[in-house]
Design a protein around this ligand. Structure first.
Ligand SMILES: Cc1cc2nc3c(=O)[nH]c(=O)nc-3n(C[C@H](O)[C@H](O)[C@H](O)COP(=O)(O)O)c2cc1C
Length: 303
């Protein structure tokens, strides 16, 4: 089964994706990119929408509500960078996105979802996936999946929770199994994959791949673990140090400090004294230097 890094806003940047490939990911997704911001030529958004040539199989994910705008955004991005594939976000539950008629709001407007898929298909022959939820308030994943397939999607990714469920409870993996029986295109499941046993329910089914989202935080080596490969303590440590060093030497100190704090708190999870460490690291008065010192002491490493 193909193991894929899920799109995670403000997390699945180039450097994080590279770390995940090192940790065994077969494919990675960028964070969601605003089609509107791209057409307004937002420089930062263009940078976020770029893929490094060393990345073997990275999809760029777009969100928006206007087929023409998404089409233009995809065309513009493809002039600058070469992803392996393109993805359309029809699952984001965040108010700011839903209010624009984008993300999971598209689940309530299958005709518009179809028009978006068709528009994107018309400007690229790259692999095209569509990421949906189970529905907005009520399940209508089948309709949305079929519309995506009919309009040219090559793959369907499902996070089987309603928008109203946000991230609560467990995702309904049976929906992924059902979809795989009905669709002609491959289905990828996204939701609550944390250990190899979580993948067993898909064995012998048509589900072709699984995405890992929250399970990757503080564990970019999770893909190898899911593949039942041994991951030595030393290797985990080396990957974590490499990750921190990326931020230590980053030009944008403010951004790097925020990211370092977040990732440090995830890496500390489950370790002795992690709650105190997290409290210390997130104190607003802390400088980058303080955070580096806290990290060195807590993880007993040199940076
Ligand atoms: C912090 C965070 C950011 C996310 N950002 C995105 C995003 O940009 N695009 C998207 O399609 N899904 C996004 N998701 C949803 C995940 O891709 C995934 O479908 C969901 O978290 C369920 O998988 P998991 O249980 O493995 O985390 C996000 C989830 C989280 C927790």
């Amino acid at each position: 089964m193909e193991l894929i890094l899920a799109p995670l806003a403000e997390i699945t940047s180039t450097e994080f994706r590279k770390l995940c490939y090192e940790g065994g990911a077969d494919r990675c997704y960028s964070e969601m990119i605003s089609a509107k911001a791209l057409t307004l030529k937002n420089k930062k958004t263009f940078k976020t929408a770029s893929v490094d040539t060393s990345e073997p199989k990275t999809f760029i994910q777009f969100f928006g509500s206007d087929p023409e705008i998404i089409k233009d955004a995809v065309s513009k991005v493809l002039e600058n960078t070469t992803p392996y594939g393109i993805d359309i976000n029809a699952g984001c539950p965040v108010k700011k996105v839903v209010k624009q008629g984008a993300g999971s709001a598209l689940m309530d407007d299958p005709a518009k979802l179809g028009a978006i898929v068709k528009a994107v298909r018309s400007v690229t022959q790259l692999p095209l996936s569509v990421k949906i939820r189970k529905g907005f308030k009520t399940p209508n994943y089948l309709k949305c999946a079929l519309v995506s397939q009919e309009n040219g999607a090559d793959e369907l990714i499902i996070h089987p929770r309603l928008r109203t469920e946000m991230f609560s409870g467990l995702s309904d993996y049976k929906v992924s199994l059902d979809l795989a029986k009905v669709l002609d295109i491959p289905v990828i499941h996204s939701g609550d994959i944390r250990c190899a046993e979580d993948l067993e329910k898909f064995e012998g089914s048509g589900v072709k791949g699984a995405m890992i989202g929250r399970g990757v935080l503080g564990a970019p080596w999770i893909f190898d673990i899911l593949k039942k490969r041994t991951v030595e303590k030393e290797r985990k440590r080396d990957m974590m140090i490499k990750h921190f060093l990326f931020y230590v030497f980053h030009k944008d100190k403010k951004w790097a400090h925020t990211m370092m704090r977040r990732h440090a708190s995830w890496y500390s999870s489950g370790k002795n004294g992690s709650a105190e460490f997290r409290n210390a690291v997130f104190r607003p008065e802390k400088t980058v230097e303080d955070t580096v010192k806290d990290i060195k002491n807590f993880f007993k490493i040199k940076l």
